[in-house]
Write a protein that binds this ligand. Structure first.
Ligand code: ADP
Ligand code: ZN
Length: 722
């Protein structure tokens, strides 16, 4: 009987298509194949095979692609993600199947030469030298041989033509050297050793059932060294390990620490890795040659041959949530993949997400703690500066107590960090003559002045225009006023206050890109700078041993957003950034400028009582039925004009028919109502915990209005802001 294959194609389609399997082909589920699609050929993956009597009218599979097949756990991950996020299955597949472009995939074979034993027809001194070196029979590259014999390359070529040397393929260079788990390492502290024993001891029943371990330790407690031991254990037992990081581009320091523990740097996977290297890494992961990968969230979709451990570092980071295309959360999907692969998952954080903490309370996740800083170092003393009382001078942003503290710090030869989570010079520009405020053409956002670039920039869509000299509305010259501070403005103020000090501004839009940023971070770590002015970019993960004072400029920024996650986010960010102080020899302290020192988040930060913060925050979420005590999804309806978007949103709302336990809110203008020229309305779906949110959404979208014209509906399950 003829065979029919169900082929899933990595495009935004939800179902696999049927193709005939030609008699000369044997296909298995997971095979990567080429198939015709319309007038073109495309790549797909065999999702099912069947013998059937029909199917004679089907187009045939063209053939296999010669790529490693997708393992069962990876296929199940694709199914799982599509089901959970409501993304088309083909879109989920596309994340796994980064198609090898041919130029990249074609392995360049390195060629070497060795002697044949045949004497050259025309011996010369130079030729003799080459043959003397090659006499050991070893295969060398032509260049290497010429160099060793101290002759020109043409001499070697001549010997090949002559038949005295022959060309042989060299083994390809390894894509990553194997980490050595027995590499000599720094001794662990008692607390670390105890944590390692708990971490890599017999996995608890909860993990076998698809749970995870939370490795919770205050900033500077030495979590990295602890989970490195879990990685070592995984490598020893022949498995591959994946370490996920929120911002891979900035982890040169991390790669070095890994090398200090394992003798070699791990393979790094991120969007900056292109072409051939990307393909070789992928292939090395698939054939098991690459043992440890450190990567950004997309590394989660690599085709590991024998995944033995996943570590999610800084698991609370919102950067793990992908907010376009397939809306997934890499931490949650890591736990899913761990379950499918049957391997442990370690979530590391000083400030775990509420979701993870609740999973610990429910007994789904185990918790291993490191309650103190490594080496007896103290956590920084944190002090609030009440901005209602300690006002900065007019037009300034640094309060007198903070200025004094920086002064004292500099006098002691120590480093200070001024933290403000706002890029650019000023978040709003206003004409004092007519009151005009400069807004983005495409988005409902104010343009941010970037003084270094002399531009007004939209932080949402990237639109930018030259900062005008005269107001574009009323034509008045020299009357544009920057309102509020960004890091550039703080750096300017610091430079005026401390003219002879070395100041570095660290912000993701820094000219010079990632490479420059890396260099600047190294300067800071080496103590070659007195004052760092930075955004959240410096708040996370970095180790600055000379830094002893952290000044937080506007601790309240995040608290006023009205987003129920605001308290959690602000608490995490403030803990992280104040935790940069005092990681070296000298103790550190932090000063937090705030207009509401009595706010529970600020109070918890000052008292150092994070347990209490978590208790209160978890209780508040439970009382409000918010995640993880209830489920939540957002539908974002967008269109090129406002009325169309709103009308579609309203039609969707009319079709909602929420059953018991489901509440549909909206449509309301989305928090960002206009993005890149598209108007956005949002519907929020809030359900009780036991409701099958995904089935409800599918049914609803199925009976809802047809999506026409330029209307788009994006589904975001577990939205990060709500
Ligand atoms: P965390 O990730 O918990 O914030 P780290 O793992 O970065 O903490 O460790 C904090 C500091 O302590 C780092 O400078 C690290 O090099 C140092 N450290 C941790 N463990 C050890 C150890 N066993 N021996 C020496 N130094 C250590
Ligand atoms: Zn914009």
């Amino acid at each position: 009987m003829p065979h029919v294959a169900e082929i899933l194609i990595p495009l935004a389609i939800d179902t696999a298509y049927s193709y005939a399997v030609p008699a000369h082909l044997t296909l298995s589920v997971g095979d990567v194949v080429q198939v015709p699609l319309g007038p073109r050929e495309t790549v797909g993956v065999v999702w099912g095979v069947a013998e059937t009597a029909g199917g004679s009218n089907l187009r045939p599979v063209t053939g296999p692609l010669g790529v490693a097949p997708l393992s069962e756990p990876v296929r199940k991950l694709v199914d799982w993600i599509a089901r959970y996020t409501l993304a088309p299955k083909g879109s989920a597949l596309a994340m796994v199947l980064r198609l090898p472009d041919e130029a990249a995939a074609a392995e360049v074979v390195r060629v070497g030469v060795r002697t044949t034993g045949k004497a050259p027809a025309r011996p010369t001194k130079a030729r003799d030298k080459v043959l003397a070196v090659a006499a050991d029979g070893e295969v060398r590259g032509k260049g290497a041989l010429a160099k060793a014999a101290e002759v020109s390359l043409s001499v070697v070529d001549g010997l090949v033509d002559d038949g005295a040397l022959e060309a042989v393929a060299l083994a390809p260079e390894p894509v990553a050297l194997p980490p050595d788990p027995e590499f000599p390492r720094v001794p662990l502290s008692e607390a670390q050793a105890a944590a390692v024993a708990e971490l890599v001891g017999a996995p608890a029943a909860a993990e076998a059932a698809g749970g995870a371990v939370l490795l919770e330790g205050v900033t500077g407690s030495g979590k990295t060294e602890v989970y490195f031991e879990a990685v070592a254990e995984c490598v020893r037992s022949g498995g591959q390990a994946l370490i996920l990081m929120p911002e891979i581009a900035l982890t040169a320091q991390f790669l070095d620490r890994f090398a200090a523990r394992f003798g070699v740097r791990p393979a790094a996977w991120h969007s900056g890795i292109g072409g051939r290297r990307r393909e070789r890494l992928r292939a090395g992961v698939a054939n098991g040659e690459v043992r440890v990968v450190v990567g950004a969230r997309s590394a989660l979709f690599l085709p590991f041959r024998k995944l033995g451990l996943i570590v999610v570092d800084e698991e609370h980071e919102s950067a793990y949530k992908q907010e376009d295309g397939v809306h997934y959360h890499a931490r949650d999907m890591a736990v899913v993949r761990g379950k499918l692969e049957g391997c442990p998952v370690v979530l590391a954080s000083a400030t775990p997400s509420i979701e993870t903490r609740v999973n610990v309370e429910r007994g789904r996740y185990r918790r291993v703690r490191l309650p103190e800083r490594f080496g007896g170092r103290r956590l920084p003393d944190i002090q609030a500066i009440d901005m209602r009382l300690d006002k900065p001078e007019r037009g300034r942003f640094l309060s007198p107590p903070l200025v004094n503290a920086v002064k004292a710090n500099l006098a002691a030869g120590e480093q200070a960090l001024l933290f403000l989570n706002r890029r650019g010079y000023a978040p709003l520009t206003l004409c004092r003559a007519c009151g005009h405020r400069y807004q983005c053409k495409n988005c409902s956002t104010w343009l941010v002045e970037h003084r270094f670039r002399k531009a007004l920039v939209c932080h949402q869509c990237g639109y930018s225009e030259r900062r005008p000299e005269a107001c574009t509305e009323c034509g008045t010259f020299d009357n544009l006023t920057p309102c509020g501070p960004g890091v550039e403005r703080i750096a300017e103020e610091a430079a005026e206050l401390f003219p002879d000090k070395r100041i570095i501004v660290l912000s993701s839009d820094f000219p010079g890109g990632a490479e420059r940023l890396r260099q600047e971070l190294e300067l800071v770590a080496a103590g070659e700078c007195d004052i760092v002015v930075g955004t959240q970019l410096v708040a996370k993960g970095h180790n600055f041993p000379h830094l002893t004072l952290v000044g937080v400029l506007d601790a309240d920024i995040g608290l006023t957003s009205g987003d129920p996650r605001a308290a959690e986010r602000t608490f995490q960010l403030l803990q992280q950034v104040t935790g940069r102080a005092g990681r070296g020899e000298r103790p550190g302290r932090a000063m937090v400028q705030t207009y509401q020192p009595e706010h529970p988040v600020i109070a918890a930060l000052l008292s150092g009582d994070s347990e209490r913060f978590y208790e209160e925050e978890i209780a508040a979420r439970e009382a409000a039925g918010l995640p993880p005590f209830g489920r939540l999804a957002a539908l974002i309806v967008s269109a090129n004009d406002r009325a169309t978007a709103e009308a579609h949103g309203q039609a969707l709302a009319r079709a909602a028919e929420p059953p018991d336990g489901v509440m549909v809110l909206g449509p309301a203008e989305a928090p960002l109502a206009l993005v890149r020229g598209r108007y956005r309305f949002r519907l929020l779906v809030k359900t009780e915990r036991n409701v099958d949110l995904q089935s409800y959404l599918r049914d609803w979208l199925g009976r809802g209005p047809k999506v026409r014209g330029n209307v788009r509906v994006a589904v975001d399950v577990d939205p990060q802001s709500f």
